[in-house]
Design a protein around this ligand. Structure first.
Ligand SMILES: Cc1cc2nc3c(=O)[nH]c(=O)nc-3n(C[C@H](O)[C@H](O)[C@H](O)COP(=O)(O)OP(=O)(O)OC[C@H]3O[C@@H](n4cnc5c(N)ncnc54)[C@H](O)[C@@H]3O)c2cc1C
Length: 414
């Protein structure tokens, strides 16, 4: 019997267990490890602060999505010994493997910023990148009467890099609906030089921020937070004061990655960008947010990676050359408030530009344009996630590689 072990039963790990259960020969055993019992639909965290979703709308038991053929082990991972092909778990179990897939994602690390944690955490300083943070922020927003809301990104990379912008747009609409928008100043404080990482999308999104009367504070690299004075300070000594800070703390890969000597300074794992093989060992593959790839950390990216990773694991065990084909494809809906969203589609080499998706020239979704249809697409993503994405089913018309037809690439050159 040969052993394939998957670390992490979030978006990417669960999806890979389903893909591989259908393709691996019978003499392969599949085991999948996660510390949690419950799978979180993380894109739903965005809607919890505004009361659109409640906690119970976005969680389901992990076991429900693991195929019969795979053994699910609910346990914390302590260490990978890559030289001896072994994984050590917290309950002292040791798992030997022939092939390892790492899919342990990324989490927030507020302790990385001087002063971010303290009595003020989840009182005047909130995150919405955890279920607990999103639920507490909802309680705060319900009774908040106004003041200065600063939405803040600590450093890049973060998962779902558009989520802070979406939060800002939804907050603007939420305060308007509550009739207190004129009592709220909203600032978007970012280490980037504009609204987003990619120039064309940044211009479109920056324009929307301006229209909604949201101040942008660019190039702000946070050094510290003073919870008593309610001030954040950057490395140039600039200060931004707030009444309510909604921050995206530093994002880091799992701690065991550091203990295993497999990660970079943020515990992301050096990975070959086209094949998804780790740079450390040929029999270790990496998928999703755990990689150090210059692609977005998003569920859609994990989905596109999954199709190529499946082929490469099958090639690896059959002694064939790997496909060097992952192009960094990402596809993200950006909620803009009032029941509208825009959609962006990009990869390692192409910026998000306007056009149609998924069918060139037809749509029905418009790229880089606000529409109700795009918002409906965003809300439908929850169903697609539970029923197709993590169960490893192909999503019709959506290819793992970015389709270049029907897009206006000349925009990116002006
Ligand atoms: C607010 C928000 C909004 C988002 N919106 C979108 C969106 O609209 N569209 C989109 O495509 N993506 C979105 N994302 C991003 C998406 O959720 C992630 O990119 C995706 O979940 C990554 O999948 P993953 O499998 O790599 O990691 P995860 O799904 O995070 O899974 C990692 C798993 O590893 C486990 N794990 C970690 N360390 C250990 C350990 N030591 N021992 C055992 N288990 C461990 C964790 O418990 C977890 O279950 C959003 C994310 C957030 C936070």
């Amino acid at each position: 019997m040969k052993d394939l072990v998957i670390l992490g039963a979030g978006t990417a790990g669960t999806m890979m267990s389903n893909h591989l259960a259908k393709r691996l020969p019978d003499d392969w055993r599949i085991r999948i490890v996660d510390q949690r019992k419950i799978h979180h639909y993380q894109p739903g965290y965005l809607f919890i602060p505004f009361g659109t979703y409640k906690e119970e709308d976005i969680i389901k038991p992990i076991q429900q999505f693991i195929p019969e053929r795979a053994e699910y082990i609910q346990q914390s991972i302590l260490k990978v010994d890559a030289d001896h092909n072994r994984v050590y778990l917290e309950d002292s179990r040791v798992l030997d493997y022939d092939v390892l897939i790492i899919a342990t994602g990324t989490d927030i690390a507020p302790e990385e910023i001087d002063g971010m944690l303290g009595d003020h955490w989840h009182k005047s300083v909130f995150d919405f990148y955890t279920l607990d943070g999103a639920v507490k922020l909802h309680e705060k927003l319900e009774s908040w009467e106004g003041g200065h809301l600063a939405v803040h990104i600590s450093e890049m990379p973060i998962k779902c890099p558009v989520a802070p912008l979406e939060f800002t747009f939804l907050a603007d609409a939420y305060f308007e609906q509550r009739g207190i928008r004129d009592k709220v100043k909203i600032s978007f404080v970012t280490p980037m030089d504009g609204a987003f990482t990619k120039p064309v999308a940044s211009a479109h999104l920056g324009h929307l921020l301006e229209e909604k009367g949201i101040e942008v504070v660019p190039n702000f690299n946070i050094m510290s937070l003073d919870g008593e004075r309610k001030v954040i300070t950057d490395y140039e000594g600039r200060e931004v004061s707030y009444d309510l800070l909604v921050t995206i703390p530093t994002n880091k890969g799992a701690d065991y990655v550091e203990r295993s000597g497999l990660g970079d300074e943020l515990n992301f794992i050096p990975t070959h960008k086209g094949t998804l093989q780790s740079k450390a060992k040929e029999n270790i593959f990496v998928i999703g947010d755990a990689t150090n790839l210059p692609a977005s950390k998003a569920g859609s990216v994990a989905h596109f990676e999954g199709e190529i990773l499946l082929e490469n694991v099958m090639r690896f065990i059959n002694g064939k050359e790997l496909l060097d084909e992952f192009d960094g494809h990402a596809n993200c809906f950006v909620e803009t408030g009032h029941g509208k969203a825009l959609l962006i589609d990009f990869n390692y080499t192409h910026q998000p530009v306007s056009g149609t998706f998924p069918i060139p020239g037809v749509g029905p979704l418009n790229l880089l344009k606000e529409s109700r249809m795009n918002h409906m697409g965003k809300m439908a993503f929850k169903w697609i996630y539970w029923n197709m994405l993590i169960t490893g089913k192909h999503i019709p018309f959506v290819s793992s590689k970015m389709n270049e037809a029907g897009k206006n690439f000349e925009e990116a050159n002006v």
